[in-house]
Design a protein around this ligand. Sequence first.
Ligand code: ADP
Ligand code: MG
Length: 346
Amino acid sequence: MDNSKSFTPLSQLGEFGLISHLTRDFPLRHTSSVKGIGDDAALINIGDQYIVVTTDMLVEGIHFNLVYTPLKYLGYKAVIVNLSDIYAMNAEPRQITVSVAVSSKFSVEMLDEFYSGIRLACDKYGVDLIGGDTTSSLTGFAISITALGIVNKEGVVFRNGANINDLICVSGDLGAAYMGLQLLERERRLFEKEGIKQPDFGGYSYILERQLKPEARKDVVNWFNKAKIKPTAMIDISDGLSSEILHICKNSNKGCRIYQEKIPIAAETTKCAEEFHIHPVTAALNGGEDYELLFTIPLAQYDIVASVPQISIIGHITEAEKGCRLILDSDEEVDIIAQGWNSLKD
Ligand code: ADP
Ligand code: MG
């Protein structure tokens, strides 16, 4: 490498800029590569159906802290975050591969614990472990999982199909995993700085479970099938509602209106957010790790979706020129932005 050249910091491009930069000269060669980079998963044509492929990596110190993460839960969560991307294509997961880089501080028993979580997720979601790779690491534990699934060609849902006046819907509730993380981090700091050994989780079991042992929305995809509903666009919420709705809008070339009062937030999330002086809506918009499904459906299907308790209608799709806006409870409107959005902070 020529050291006289000036180097571009990664932060200048950001995550998505970096991905487009690195992958700009890779045209798809095969007609079987139906969808490459740019959705929750790639699609491979195998005749009547598509194979769906997605991969996600979890790195110690970045995605998890072993001080408070039980290895069994970590194994479970590492599978779930991948299955969530398969469901986001309206597909069904079938297989996973699991690759691990392990430091010398690990024992066989620790990896057994980790794999017991992987097994639990495989049993619950009906997927087969079909391979992987095992290597050592000088820095920390790293996990890379690839999930494969299957979907009928007419059933697949992309990020780019939202139409004007479509309803924007979300499953479950948002912001809980983020508040769970704040709680775990607070107790870790108290333990490290003040030697307080007994963590005080004060009855916050729901948000802790959402952070440590999330689920993927298999039930919602099954319900679409039963109710004969096919969303026009869909994405899973891994990076926060703001970031994900912007992906749908950008890919569909549309705008949106989201209503603060409609965003589903569990009572425990609100209580914990207040304790931390974080606006609960900020946790929902920017927190992430919810692994809920965010999707759009035609207005004509309002009645069908409105009757399902685990789905909330939070807004609608507009023309692109109208921008992506959040309507606050005060009736004020603000732009939805992916990161650093803080106008609701106390
Ligand atoms: P998600 O949050 O749904 O897991 P990501 O934001 O991680 O998706 O990735 C967006 C898209 O970019 C996906 O299609 C993914 O496969 C692709 N991608 C991410 N990193 C790379 C990389 N280093 N090389 C090639 N493709 C990548
Ligand atoms: Mg995704």
